[in-house]
Design a protein around this ligand. Sequence first.
Ligand SMILES: Cc1cc2nc3c(=O)[nH]c(=O)nc-3n(C[C@H](O)[C@H](O)[C@H](O)COP(=O)(O)O)c2cc1C
Ligand code: FES
Length: 641
Amino acid sequence: MGTVKWLSSPEDFEFLRQNIESLRDPSKPIISVCVSTGCVALGAWRVMEAFKAELEKQDLKDAVKIIETGCVGFCEQGPRVTIYPEEICYFKVKPEDVPEIVSKTICGKKIVKRLLYKDPATGRGVKKLEDIPFYKHQLRLLLENNAKTNPKSIEDYIALGGYSSIIKALFEMTPERVLEEVKKANLRGRGGGGFQAGLKWENTRNSPGEPKYVIANCDEGDPGAFMDRTLMESSPHSVIEGLTIGAYAIGANQGFVYVRDEYPIAVKNICTAIKQAEEYGLLGENIMSSGFSFSVKVHKGAGAFVSGESSALMAAIEGKVGAPRPKYVHTAVRGIWDKPSCLNNVKTWANVPLIILRGADWFSSIGTKGSSGTKIFSLVGNVNNTGLVEVPMGITLRDLIFKIGGGIRGGKKFKAVQTGGPSGGFISEEWLDLPVDFDELSKVGSMMGSGGMVVMDEETCMVDAARYFVDFLLEESCGKCTPCREGLRVLSKVLNDICEGKGNPKDIKTIKDIAETMKYASLCALGRTAVNPVLTSLKYFRDEWTQHINKKRCTAKACKDLINYYIDPEKCKACLLCFRECPIGAVEGGKGQAQWINQEKCVKCGACYEICSLDAVKKLSGEPIPSVIPKTMKPIRKGGK
Ligand SMILES: Cc1cc2nc3c(=O)[nH]c(=O)nc-3n(C[C@H](O)[C@H](O)[C@H](O)COP(=O)(O)O)c2cc1C
Ligand code: FES
């Protein structure tokens, strides 16, 4: 580009923007390859190398642009490649597919049909991303440009309107106006309890003490969640821009991005983005001669779930152990080094440039009355389409799970969905038409949290699921306060007993008593919300608990200690597959005889059950195992009869 590097005024910025624009040739083919974590794990870099080699081989290096881009959310279908300007989206691309893509699509303008996403309803290939059912019902504001931009290129971000909001804020609005706009937009925090961002900004601004700090929370330790990591990997400049606008409104000159060290691409991309913004003068002293100075440091988190809590995170930034403190005084008043500090989730910050550019009225026209805008969820578990989805607040759980998620995997029945991470509640089928927003989810005993959404099918045991999350939280509790430390320990013991068939009717009362104490007396929200999965499981799936405790029966047939495998001699054809598959020799019988399972030896690994295609191996729970008299098979003739 070579002209402007250091921006000393909005005019410089406009000149740079036009310069970037003029260098773009909209008719030039672009191959965009996703190099976010999901696609990288599935071989995206090998695909990228294959494209480079093929373009070189076909002498197309200068005629075709190839870019590394962020995540579009449908990671299970990766590696994802999009060809512009036609916007043809290919999934599950392998290096071997590359020569054909270049010859057919780039040179011949034809589609390689087998690489298109197949609509399960029609069986037809879908060319464009937005026509795929997974995307049709989404409203993508934060994730919109991920396939079009290289997250390591500030020029790509600027080309699509990036950093225009900071210009608007710094040169057309006072800090108070910015604050009012964010309050009016009713932007609620995207990382936890949904506290109003504008109010938190105002509290920090009005709290006595200098300097003030702003912080972006990208700790994201919830199992199965990857919204924040993906946003940081794919659109780091939007976080920086939002953070800078917030700092301007609050009166802070120093910001921190707290990011988990286990997210190497996110760490790398945010560091690159900060460096680039500094080089252009979009961060640093006297930004574009506005009189406002702001710099950002990255703090790498050591990977403890509890360190995502605000006071714990701030302690970690100070170099102390990342454990929570009592918050009689909020961190907005006394945060990092006892100075007023405003912590928001990365998604909260990334929404700010949109609000400033398009206005509070536009933002609050999306979503519900109490929860404006969109929300990103990582939709995982037993759904057909897993991935990252961005939807308007107020969409129903049914639409999210069945229209976007494509329904339950393997044609099974829906049982529950957990929203809000490990401390979120389980929501049962009767609530499928619930509009998803902060307040509605709380009403049914769950919460929005940061955006984890785990779908469970009929084969999930809800007692076992509660046990799983209690055990996770027990592992992650900092141990500082007694209700959380001891409460979780006792809950785990009771739940383990119930799942192992040692439950007692009194256990329910014990659980309720402990839950009550933990809710009110725990030091931080980890302990206060840890009981949500247990209480909602009890509330909506009481029968499963009763069966476990009174009948030693797991209706979902998931609790290992409450199940037995049995081979139905009438169905067994002595194919010996289970006999060979059993790792400890518990299947007995031998050639030409119906097989049977030696219950003394069986470790209940389920290998026989998985391998049997004749439905001869049965799972039993809470019922007697029929005694088996070895049956000699009739000789089996060729042809199967
Ligand atoms: C145990 C625990 C872990 C948390 N982890 C995160 C996290 O990973 N990311 C996050 O944004 N908020 C997390 N929070 C919520 C934060 O304390 C805080 O409320 C949030 O970062 C504020 O941002 P928001 O208002 O934009 O949501 C956690 C809270 C608790 C109690
Ligand atoms: S990582 Fe490539 S689509 Fe998500």
